[in-house]
Design a protein around this ligand. Structure first.
Ligand SMILES: [Zn+2]
Length: 48
């Protein structure tokens, strides 16, 4: 079986340096690179 993992990507600057905003309690993410905060995030599946 192939293993796949999902990476999160910022919709603004395309950075993968994404963290949960306020610990994820609002269901939002924050980009550490450009400061984007929002629930909309690009999720990509990559094969390892
Ligand atoms: Zn960003």
């Amino acid at each position: 079986m192939k293993k796949a993992k999902t990476i999160k990507r910022c919709p603004v600057c395309k950075s993968t340096d994404i963290t949960f905003y306020m610990g994820g309690q609002f269901g939002q993410y924050k980009c550490k690179k450009c400061g984007y905060v929002g629930a909309l995030i690009i999720e990509e599946e990559v094969e390892e």
